[in-house]
Design a protein around this ligand. Structure first.
Ligand code: GLY
Ligand code: MN
Ligand code: MN
Length: 472
């Protein structure tokens, strides 16, 4: 019965999925990307041209590359997920023998041989279905006639000089070289003529820091998935688990929901490892009696959640763990409360850090207020979006920004305080939408209070009976 339903569904999907574009699982519509390009064009100075390149393919070793991840800026403006692509955007309409145009996208054409090995390419037709009128094969970029001297400003990002040159004569390496030769690029020329490497960053920062409704929908999905991962782990965790196993449960749940990746390497650190801020080894096998800090974010359709919970492996916080947890909890509450329109990013930090300062003084962990930085050495908030640390000006809070609030206290072994506090590392991180109605916690379905966490941890898990034979 189940199987039959499956094949009927497959037939139906086959019928509706006619076009190349719709075959690509896509989070945003072509209109979204088109509007983003229009917004950028609107910001660009008169008589200017912007040239953007896709991300390079990165080699892991020998014949194996890392999974390709498009540059967030390129994706934001185009929706294009394939490598070896160039976007040229003009501030005004251009005209040639074919007609009017204000943008050109160069892409990899279709190629049955390579598609057999590496999977489908959208090709020129696919790019047209994504809203680009003028699309050309990347092979044509080199000989495409464009007189960059006639533009008052040419906007482009710094060349990273980390692109592999393969034997494809129009790979990204060659596309960048061709562009450099078209504009007579040199380090010296950078200072003296119509090149501008700052404006693109400034404009894309301005655009990307405010999320559109479509982006907020995708962020909500990425956050929902991240929350489910944390909930399942809270139910499943026991003291015989390893850090790696816990990481696996988070990421298994993400994938059940169709998340393709995590937005950053998952952090699952127990005991002293919880005090390593960007810990990613996740290789401790004995978590007995420890607190486990889990900073894990699902990436869904290129947008990422960023959520941290810290839980006791045993299911119960001890007195020291609870005392520190309460300080971080209150610090986060104060930070969220400060996340209001017109307030500054700095004011969130001040609200949270003041609580941490007072809390550590009260427990005798520090003697002077300024010593709190030893145990709380990071910021409290950042934008999330296409990047986990998303682009933004970080000045005043504006409507439809989505930010994290993530205070923490970390007391590694050997710290200058009573050893009973050692090996406690706690961070609580939630994802907050800035709105005219005040801060909206998008990850509110994931409990934060210590008692609520203990209650969830006492629930049974579908993984309780999941047993595998020992490794041979
Ligand atoms: N997951 C990295 C951070 O919280 O900033
Ligand atoms: Mn964060
Ligand atoms: Mn995080």
């Amino acid at each position: 019965m189940k199987k039959k339903l499956g094949s009927i569904l497959l037939i139906l999907i086959g019928c509706v999925g006619g076009s190349t574009y719709s075959q690509q699982q896509h989070g945003l519509t072509p209109t979204f990307h088109q509007e983003r390009r229009d917004e950028l064009r609107y910001l660009m100075p008169p008589h200017s041209v912007a040239v953007l390149f896709g991300a390079p393919i990165r080699n892991r070793s020998n014949s194996v590359d890392y999974i390709y991840h498009q540059s967030p800026n390129f994706y934001y403006l185009t929706g294009w997920r394939e490598p070896h692509a160039v976007l040229i955007l003009f501030s005004e309409n251009q005209i040639d023998e074919i007609g009017n145009f204000d943008e050109i996208l160069f892409v990899r054409p279709k190629d049955p041989y390579h598609e057999m090995w590496e999977g489908k390419r959208l090709g020129i037709q696919g790019a047209k279905e994504m809203g680009f009128d003028r699309v050309m094969a990347k092979e044509n970029f080199k000989n495409y006639q464009i007189d960059f001297e006639t533009f008052e400003q040419i906007l482009f990002f710094n060349f990273q000089n980390d692109i592999i040159n393969t034997d494809d004569v129009s790979d990204l390496f060659d596309l960048v070289q061709n562009f450099q030769s078209k504009i007579n690029y040199s380090e010296k020329a950078l200072k003296s003529n119509n090149f501008n490497q700052d404006l693109l960053r400034q404009y894309l920062t301005q655009l990307r820091e405010i999320k559109t409704p479509e982006e907020i929908e995708l962020l909500k999905k990425a956050i929902f998935i991240s929350v489910q991962g944390q909930l399942e782990v809270m139910k499943a965790i026991n003291e015989s688990m390893t850090e790696r196993e816990i990481q696996g449960i988070h990421e298994f749940v993400h994938k059940k929901y169709g998340a393709n990746d995590v937005g950053y390497p998952s952090i699952v650190g127990s005991g002293n490892n919880a005090c390593i801020l960007h810990y990613r080894a996740n290789n401790k096998t004995d978590i007995k009696g420890e607190l486990v800090l889990m900073d894990v974010g699902a990436e869904f359709q290129y947008y990422t959640g960023d959520i941290t919970r810290t839980v006791p492996a045993s299911g119960k916080f001890n007195d020291q763990q609870k005392a520190i947890y309460q300080i971080v909890f209150e610090a986060q509450k104060a930070g969220i409360n400060a996340a209001r329109l017109g307030n500054s990013f700095r004011s969130i930090y001040r609200a949270s850090s003041q609580i941490i300062q007072e809390g550590l003084l009260n427990l005798g962990i520090i003697r002077k207020p300024e010593e709190y930085r030893k145990y709380f050495p990071h910021g409290v908030t950042h934008h999330i979006g296409l990047d986990v640390h998303d682009w933004g000006e970080y000045q005043d809070l504006k409507e439809n920004m989505v930010i994290t609030i993530e205070p923490g206290i970390y007391i590694p072994e050997g710290s200058d305080c009573d050893p009973k506090w050692w090996d406690i590392g706690i961070r609580i991180e939630d994802d907050i939408l800035i709105s005219t109605d005040g801060p909206i916690n998008l990850s509110v379905d994931l409990p934060r209070h210590w008692k609520d966490i203990e209650d969830i941890m006492a629930l049974p898990s579908a993984l309780d009976d999941f047993k595998l034979p020992p490794i041979k």
